[in-house]
Design a protein around this ligand. Structure first.
Ligand code: G4P
Length: 534
């Protein structure tokens, strides 16, 4: 095959340098905590956008929004996740967008598997909220280091010391504040940098549309101007010192402690500090373990895994995009790589990079980068791609569905499209498809969040012209099981055993009480929890 690239140009040294510059991360938060605002401010501070405005109102400019489907636009929410790449302080950041809606989908979980760290945004008035908790659990299952941002400090809220306790008690993560606020929430006068013991104030700009100047003074100077507030903040800093809430790199990298910053994304307070922290504290991409526990160094030949599939992103021509997280080596557009699952070659002529709605051709990518492979209909979520030296990364975690519904096509003339659409959307990971042996012609769907059903029905109708009807069930709890247990469960009644298309057997229960009862009556039965099972 003709090769119009020269791999020799990409020495291990160059790859290592490029890898060390990369920071691949996601922002996790409960809806409304300020993720979109913070994303936009990161882009503003990096120079990727010139002026921050309301993302929802934005038009014609390079958009920070990564919403693209009509359903998202109708509702003004973001369902699909893409990546935003920007440069800041000689680093290349890959910010992976996680869907922000409260009806959470599996997509969000999988995006986190492609990250090396996360920023957790909390609303100072609300602290840890349900979705923060769920997302945090996923980060913890992957030992992701987390930087915490206490947002909206310009508005009245809770005592920051109380919030520190809450984080530690609710999620067992020890916050180690790097900056500490001066003034109560709603009267944000600035922050103390605990490291160099300076007082930092920020110049306000209208809604933070431009970057305001930052002023640093000594605490002594500030005492003359804002005596009591600074005294209180200094006292609180001593308290933090006493309890040992100091930054510790090792426990941060293990996901046990979290450097914390206080600020207000809307007014730009503290955003620069936070971005600096991601650059200097959060880890670059590191070596990865394959499915046999062997180490794949970042300088080994190219490898990566598909963490997200998206079809029909461009309504004018049907296409499938596989989002691949590069784990090792240089990716060069035009390479022919191997799919570890099928051992078949895959040509990467159409590699793209995504920035919100926009797509541009990508020539080279390094570990930590995300490559969008177009025409990738033969790839599946979790597939590993490699060059020269075979490797296969572990399967991505499949999460426990919590909602189940039977689906049928309401137009028999469209049953072919319905089948095709369901297969396609299952492959993209939009939904899990199960089969109830008692109703073999009616697929049973499993979802983590309600939104997955909405997306599925919408897309079946708009892309495959298949109108469908969902029939909800009251099953809520699920366990992995095996044939003997499944036969025994069948005799009990009130439990549904369904086959998932990956070959797993799932036992569904209506309530936790019933499940616990069966487990205590039959401790020898095989009923294993899935990730995220209640
Ligand atoms: P999300 O993506 O996490 O859902 O949150 P988003 O950034 O959309 O922010 C939710 C709301 O909170 C927005 O207000 C936003 O302006 C506001 N907000 C975000 N950060 C701050 C902050 O630091 N201080 C204050 N006071 N508000 C903040 P909205 O009224 O819903 O939208 P908009 O009309 O302001 O665009």
């Amino acid at each position: 095959m003709d090769q119009d690239y020269n791999l020799a140009e990409y020495s291990p040294r160059l790859i290592a340098e490029q890898t060390n510059r990369r920071r691949t991360f996601a922002i996790i938060s409960h809806p409304d905590a300020g993720k979109t605002t913070l994303t936009e401010k990161f882009l503003l501070f990096s120079g990727a956008v010139i002026e921050a405005g309301s993302i929802k109102a934005r038009q014609g400019r390079r958009a920070a929004r990564s919403d693209w489907m009509a359903i998202e636009q109708q509702r003004g929410i973001s369902i699909s996740s893409t990546v935003m790449q920007f440069e800041y302080r000689s680093h290349t950041f890959n910010l992976l967008d996680t869907p922000g809606h409260r009806d959470f989908s599996e997509d969000t979980y999988r995006v986190l598997s492609a990250c090396d760290s996360a920023v957790m945004v909390l609303d100072v008035a609300k602290g840890i909220e349900p979705q923060t908790l769920k997302l945090f659990e996923v980060c913890r299952s992957q030992n992701l280091p987390i930087v915490t941002f206490l947002n909206k400090y310009d508005r009245p809220g809770r005592d920051p010391l109380e919030l520190i306790d809450e984080i530690e008690e609710m999620i067992g993560l020890q916050p180690t504040p790097i900056t500490w606020p001066v003034g109560p929430p709603g009267n944000f006068l600035g922050v103390i940098d605990r490291h160099d013991k300076t007082f930092i104030t920020y110049e306000r700009t209208a809604r933070g549309a431009h970057i305001g100047a930052e002023q640093k003074t000594t605490i002594e100077d500030a005492r003359d101007r804002i005596g009591t507030h600074i005294e209180k903040a200094v006292e609180e800093c001593s308290l933090l010192e006493e309890v040992g809430a100091n930054f510790d790199r090792e426990s941060f990298l293990q996901g046990k402690s979290s450097p914390l910053f206080v600020g207000s994304a809307l007014t730009n307070f503290g955003v620069k500090h936070l971005l600096d922290a991601v650059a200097t504290l959060s880890p670059p991409p590191g070596e990865r373990l394959d499915d046999e526990g062997n180490v794949r160094s970042v300088t080994a030949p190219f490898s990566g895994f598909v963490f997200k599939m998206q079809a029909n992103m461009n309504p004018s021509h049907r296409d499938h995009v596989a989002f691949v997280r590069v784990c090792s080596g240089a990716f060069i557009r035009g390479m022919t790589v191997v799919n570890a699952e099928t051992k078949r070659p895959f040509a990467t002529k159409y590699a793209t990079t995504m920035f919100g709605n926009e797509r541009s051709t990508l020539e080279v990518a390094f570990p930590g980068d995300i490559v969008g492979l177009v025409n990738a209909s033969e790839l599946r979520i979790g597939d590993t791609l490699y060059l020269d030296e075979p490797v296969k990364y572990p399967e991505l975690i499949t999460f426990a569905p919590e909602l189940f519904a039977y689906i049928r096509s309401t137009d028999t003339a469209k049953s072919k499209q319905f089948k095709k659409g369901l297969e396609q959307l299952e492959r993209e990971g939009v939904i899990q498809v199960l089969f109830d042996p008692k109703q073999p012609n009616t697929p049973l769907l499993g979802a983590v969040g309600e939104m997955q059903f909405d997306v599925l029905t919408y897309r079946l109708e708009s892309e495959f012209q298949a109108k469908v009807e969902l029939r909800r069930t009251s099953y809520r709890f699920v366990r992995l099981t095996d044939e003997p247990t499944s036969a025994a469960l069948d005799k009990l009644g009130g439990v549904l055993v369904a086959h998932r298309s990956d070959g797993e057997l799932l036992a569904l229960f209506e309530n936790e009480f019933r499940l616990k009862r069966i487990q205590s009556d039959h401790p020898d039965w095989n009923l294993e929890p899935l990730v995220g099972s209640g």
